[in-house]
Write a protein of this length. Structure first.
Length: 528
């Protein structure tokens, strides 16, 4: 028995040593969130907050729970647990998450003797969880933001108070406000403390979210290029810079970013959920697919589909995963102009709970409808459009922060337009396609996607070419490129439109850009 106990002790000691060694090797950025917890808990607390700032919510929850064991009187450990159930920039918490978060924040209130500053953090968050069964998410998010504004005002020299307020503020931004007033206000707070905290993961991370828009993306390029170096042990930190790289059409940087992120996310999933795929990896894979396709690297893009199809289950069922699973095969067919292939797409990974994500399932039927119409299969396209109508209705009930129903409407109009074109109703087709493009222009993408399966403005350009309006097609492609630069399909279309409209200078310019995109691994030289 003593021998067995000694073996168990040695195994346990080895496991603890390995974990401690792994933590020593971690690089998550520099965070100093002072608390009244004991010294051992304080070290753990800084690590947990660093993970939280890179949206490693599950791992952060485990870390905060560990702090409560190290120091049972550490009220902020339970605040940390509650913070992991509220994701300001992601989808609203589920009822289960709200219950768990509310329980954790009540423990924070009842534990130990927190300082006045700690009580302020706890009370601000408790407002978010209060009456969650009666008060809608947006109202509670605004209340939390107001609470954090007060915490920040009372603690002007507390960088964590300012950073968490900036994040809370960003979480209240209206997706339809194209002035980005809230995002700019959040970025102003972060930029004020950037020089003091150049290695803070939250500052770089949240600046990327604040500037993740066509007209602002250039402002986040410094943050994008440093975030992965600040926190290379966080899979999300490896991926997040690609939001800006994608906005600016920097495809090789996006490929490098998401290749690293996918690998790290898979490793994390295997450590925490052996045998499961990673929703973080899927998110990176969608961005990776997008970037490969813009550079004509179709074989590597196909590899992304193969890796996705091999996933047997997920560590977490998340909207980002739903979008990626549907988008990856749809992009592969549509971006390569394989209309017959697109028309025969099936909803991927049948085990996934698609009924919970009708707006994501709509992606498959959008690709099918466009593919069928452009292959001459009008009846097939009409069936896909009918399914889109059904999924649009279901999407109006989405509790996500983003207006997915409008995105499905954009897809509906596009499919209907191509059906009308195939039925020789050119005026109706152009009217519907223009409506789709204008709606698409007025609604920015969700953070879970690198971009539309294909921008409606590009589809309008395609349609204008079909009806021999090359000059107008060129205008459409160029307008699309102004907000989604360096897209292969748009550049190829613009080159063709310029040639047909007699603009040799622009045709040569677009040809040169295509050759620049289409490097040694490009497989679509014929499309140039």
């Amino acid at each position: 028995m003593k021998t067995i106990n000694m073996v168990v002790f040695l195994l346990f000691s080895s496991f603890v040593f390995a974990q401690e060694h792994q933590h020593e090797m971690e690089k998550l950025g520099h965070v100093n969130f002072s608390t009244s917890c004991n010294a051992a808990a304080q070290t753990q607390f800084n690590r947990a907050v660093a993970i939280l700032h890179s949206f490693g919510y599950e791992e952060a929850a485990n870390a905060f729970s560990g702090i409560a064991k190290t120091d049972p009187q550490c009220a902020m450990a339970y605040w940390g647990v509650a913070m992991t159930y509220y994701h300001p920039i992601w989808s609203p918490p589920t009822p289960s998450d709200l219950k768990s978060g509310a329980e954790a924040i009540e423990k924070a209130k009842a534990t130990g003797k927190p300082t006045e500053r700690e009580k302020q953090f706890i009370n601000a968050l408790s407002v978010f969880y209060k009456d969650s069964d009666k008060v809608d998410h947006r109202t509670r998010a605004a209340a939390y933001s107001a609470g954090m504004k007060e915490v920040a005002a009372k603690n002007p020299d507390d960088d964590e108070a300012q950073i968490f307020y900036a994040l809370a503020l960003r979480g209240t931004a209206d997706p339809k406000d194209m002035t980005f007033a809230i995002q700019k206000q959040s970025a102003e707070i972060l930029n004020r403390i950037l020089k003091k905290e150049p290695e803070h993961p939250g500052i770089a991370h949240y600046l990327i979210h604040d500037y993740d828009y066509p007209g602002l993306a250039e402002l986040a390029l410094p943050a994008a290029r440093i975030y992965s170096k600040i926190a290379p042990s966080a899979p999300h930190a490896l991926h997040m810079p690609s939001h800006i790289f994608t906005r600016l059409g920097l495809w090789q940087e996006s490929i490098d970013s998401n290749s690293a992120s996918e690998k790290a996310a898979v490793e994390h999933a295997q450590m925490m959920h052996p045998g499961s795929g990673s929703f973080n990896a899927l998110h990176a894979m969608d961005y990776l697919m997008y970037a490969y396709l813009q550079t004509g690297r179709d074989a590597e893009a196909k590899g992304v589909i193969d890796r996705m199809n091999a996933i047997p289950k997920l560590d977490q069922v998340q909207p980002a995963a739903a979008y990626a699973i549907a988008a990856i095969p749809a992009r592969y067919a549509i971006e390569r102009n394989r209309w017959s292939e697109a028309s025969s797409l099936e909803t991927p990974l049948a085990w996934f709970p698609w009924k919970d994500f009708p707006w994501a399932q709509a992606i498959t039927y959008f690709a099918r409808g466009i593919g069928a119409a452009r292959s001459g299969d009008v009846e097939g396209a009409k069936k896909d459009l009918a399914k889109l109508d059904e999924l649009h209705q279901a999407s109006t009930n989405s509790k996500d922060n983003y207006d997915w129903a409008t995105q499905v409407e954009i897809q509906q109009k596009a499919v209907a337009a191509w059906i009308a074109l195939e039925e020789k109703n050119d005026d109706e087709a152009l009217h519907l396609m223009t409506e789709s493009a204008e709606l698409d222009d007025a609604n920015d993408k969700s953070p879970v996607t690198p971009g539309a399966i294909i921008p409606s403005r590009e589809l309008l350009g395609d349609m204008l070419l079909e009806v021999n309006q090359a000059a107008n097609a060129l205008v459409a492609y160029e307008k699309s490129l102004s907000t989604a630069p360096n897209r292969f399909h748009a550049l190829s279309g613009a080159k063709k439109a310029a040639e047909l409209s007699g603009d040799r200078t622009k045709a040569e310019s677009y040809s040169a850009k295509l050759k620049e995109l289409c490097g040694p691994k490009c497989e679509r030289a014929a499309l140039q």
